[in-house]
Design a protein around this ligand. Structure first.
Ligand code: MG
Length: 321
């Protein structure tokens, strides 16, 4: 992939689709976070509409920490003109201090506490087994947009901003896998039949890669989504989230709604599987592929689209089509 061999100015809708798709997947999964797939099916049947979640004081269309953190990245990128770990860390602290946490993960909580105590962002991240969560993969889409024309920078930036909260090679690898797919999708050179193999090549040998190859084998067998997600996993472990989100996308690459509905119905960390699948599918299919009823109801759609537009302008020098 070379610089300048893609017509980025014609890809505006895909920049917007990536960030709004993430928020939509997050909001759709919000009310069923923590439930098992079988329990979701018994209680709600299909999940095709946003729902209120009075027990977490959130209304239909509102999203969780995934989108909160995505917005931290997006604001920082638009303000500074690039991916800046120090500035991103300040955004995280600002979010922490707002008190509007929306289900902030443990690794993130501990890391931001360290940032507030003066620990620099390259040293603030949680380490050890518990740091292999999906808290970077879920929020990385804006970085993918900012670095979509430079994959070496993309890889380096995923690590730099990832370790602010999750100083673990799998958490970084999972985020890099998602960022790679989103970057390819917004550029217009994501090919569904080869993206898994290319992603594995890009991130190298690791648990995330091994689970992605398992997803690939399941896709080749034509396995149903329900069964595949039980086997790939939908917990907060990044290896599971990334493989399940890619599976949902590749089972219905041209159908945003089907992809995020299936991702969310996998349960457990449903909002995050939904957010990751939504970012990839939204980047691939563009804003118009997101159902109008969701675009109209998802929280802060205008702000999200404005930030996506801001990153798009950075990449295209403000040229519009
Ligand atoms: Mg969440």
């Amino acid at each position: 992939m070379m610089r300048g061999d893609v017509d980025l100015p014609g890809r505006r809708s895909h920049f917007l689709g990536a960030l709004l798709g993430l928020a939509v997947g997050d909001a759709l999964g919000m009310p069923v976070e923590g439930m098992r797939a079988s329990q979701i099916r018994r209680t709600f049947g299909r999940i095709r509409e946003f729902m209120d979640a009075p027990w977490r004081c959130l209304k239909a269309g509102q999203w969780t920490d995934d989108t909160k953190m995505m917005l931290c990245h997006a604001r920082s990128i638009v303000r500074t003109g690039g991916v800046d770990p120090e500035d991103t860390a300040r955004e995280f602290v600002r979010w922490f201090e707002s008190g509007d946490w929306r289900g902030m993960g443990n690794a993130t909580y501990e890391s931001i506490k360290r940032l507030r105590a003066g620990v620099p962002p390259e040293k603030s991240g949680e380490r050890g087994e518990l740091a292999a969560g999906n808290g970077v993969a879920m929020r990385i889409a804006p970085v993918a947009l900012a670095d979509c024309d430079d994959l070496a920078s993309l890889k380096e930036d995923c690590r730099k901003v990832g370790i602010i909260t999750h100083d673990h090679p799998e958490a970084v690898a999972g985020a890099t896998a998602v960022a790679f797919a989103v970057a390819k999708a917004v550029r217009g050179d994501l090919e569904p039949s080869t993206i898994l193999r290319e992603t594995v090549e890009f991130i190298g040998d690791c648990e995330v890669s091994r689970r992605l190859l398992l997803a690939s084998a399941f896709l080749q067998k034509g396995m149903e989504v329900e069964e595949a997600l039980v086997r790939l996993g939908t917990s907060g472990y990044v290896v599971e989230t990334v493989a399940s989100a890619f599976f949902c996308f590749l089972r219905s690459p041209h159908d945003f709604e089907e992809t995020v509905v299936r991702a969310v119905e996998g349960g457990v960390d449903a909002d995050t599987t939904g957010a990751v699948a939504g970012a990839i599918s939204g980047a691939f299919n563009g804003l118009e592929a997101i159902p109008e009823r969701w675009r109209a109801q998802v929280e802060a759609a205008d702000e999200i689209l404005e930030l996506a537009e801001g990153i798009f302008s950075l990449k295209t020098g403000g040229r519009r089509r």
